[in-house]
Design a protein around this ligand. Structure first.
Ligand SMILES: Nc1ncnc2c1ncn2[C@@H]1O[C@H](COP(=O)(O)OP(=O)(O)OP(=O)(O)O)[C@@H](O)[C@H]1O
Length: 348
């Protein structure tokens, strides 16, 4: 993120977003009085529960649907006053709607991103070719360049659509759930690529995601759509440390785990039995995971129940004298024990 406070590349001013109905039916307002600013170099994650209005907001910010009230400003100019070509030179978008490109190759689809820069005869220049090559490489789809888009997996197609947006070399890049179909490794690569893009090209990148951990760890700003028509903007730490994230995402049997920066399911049977876990490093971490899954509470302090566990695949464990092999057996064993019967556990 840039240290000075440059003019926002994209801005929402007193924006209301929603859907106009036919005559005599009132409009459906999904979001109201929204004030947001995306500055050059910022990576912004838009998060919120299903149906809260993330797509509605993104569609309104990119001009795919008109605001019900207020304004969207691109480089300080009202979006509605810009021609499609002017917009496309500054703003690139991938929405979730499928794009029908027939049998076009990946390279040809990505090259569509250069259209806003082409002359009326549409001749490709060296700069266009270089931008397409860079976009293919950055989105990790260079090896797919000759394949027809229709033959690709969902995750591959998603990356190609991102490559098309990158080829536009936009000042503002807006992506609706760009990681929805990506596996873990691709998500990490993708996050690194977007961070690089924001930092080196100075683009403002706005993306919606259901990956709370990604949003809180990677974004410079989080825009939190609350499900009550509001959007709260702030640093990830402000929203997580305050109660905004907890209020929006947690409910019965769910809580926000500060250390893991994610929502966790909590046991609804009350505080579990405590067991002292004797193990090191990763083994300890996964032993604690199994203990929690069984509805118990791991501790490092002395207590009635002691789980000692030895390295190995599968691992060997001992709970108060009861022995077994593997985490599956451990969880089954712990689920059959109770806090009030340590003797019983000993004979287990
Ligand atoms: N074309 C439409 N006409 C009327 N209401 C709509 C329309 N499209 C969406 N909505 C409503 O607007 C609200 C917000 O939907 P939106 O798709 O923006 O949510 P979202 O946060 O993107 O959800 P998800 O996480 O499930 O993708 C929902 O109540 C939805 O039913």
């Amino acid at each position: 993120m840039t240290t000075e406070n440059p003019r926002p590349a994209l801005q929402a001013v007193a924006l209301a977003a929603g859907y106009r109905r036919r005559r005599r039916h009132p409009a459906v307002t999904v979001l109201r009085d929204v004030h947001l600013a995306a500055r050059p170099g910022e990576l912004i994650a838009l998060i919120g529960p299903n149906g809260a209005g993330k797509s509605t907001l993104l569609r309104t910010l990119v001009g795919a649907q008109p605001p019900l009230a207020g304004h969207v400003l691109l480089d300080g100019r009202d979006l509605t006053t810009l021609s499609p070509r002017q917009r496309a030179r500054r703003l690139a978008v991938t929405l979730t709607e499928p794009v029908d490109v027939g049998q076009m190759s990946v390279e040809a689809v990505v090259a569509l991103g250069r259209m806003p820069y082409r002359s009326w005869i549409g001749r490709e220049k060296d700069r266009d070719r270089a931008a397409v090559d860079r976009a293919l490489a950055d989105a990790g789809v260079a090896d797919l360049r000759d394949r027809p888009l229709t033959d690709l997996s969902d995750g591959e197609r998603q990356r190609v659509m991102v490559a098309r947006a990158l080829a536009q070399e936009p000042a503002v890049l807006v992506l609706d759930e760009p990681t929805a179909f990506l596996d873990v490794a691709r998500r990490i690569e993708f996050a690194a690529m977007l961070t690089r893009l924001a930092a080196t090209a100075g683009a403002a990148v706005v993306l919606s995601t259901h990956d709370l951990g990604f949003a809180l760890r990677r974004a410079d700003q989080v825009w939190l759509v609350g499900g009550d028509g509001t959007v709260t903007a702030g640093a990830p730490e402000d929203l997580a440390y305050g109660d905004a994230v907890t209020r929006t995402f947690t409910g019965e049997n769910m809580s926000f785990d500060d250390a893991a920066a994610t929502i966790v399911v909590t046991d609804d049977t009350g505080p579990g039995t405590t067991v002292r876990v004797v193990a090191d490093g990763r083994l300890r971490q996964w032993a604690e995971h199994a203990v929690r899954r069984a509805g118990w509470e791991p501790t490092a302090d002395p207590c009635d129940h002691v789980l000692s566990i030895e390295h190995g695949t599968p691992c060997r464990w001992n709970v108060n004298g009861a022995q077994g092999v593997g985490f599956d057996a451990l969880v089954t064993h712990l689920r059959g024990r109770t806090a009030t019967q340590p003797e019983d556990a000993r004979t287990g």
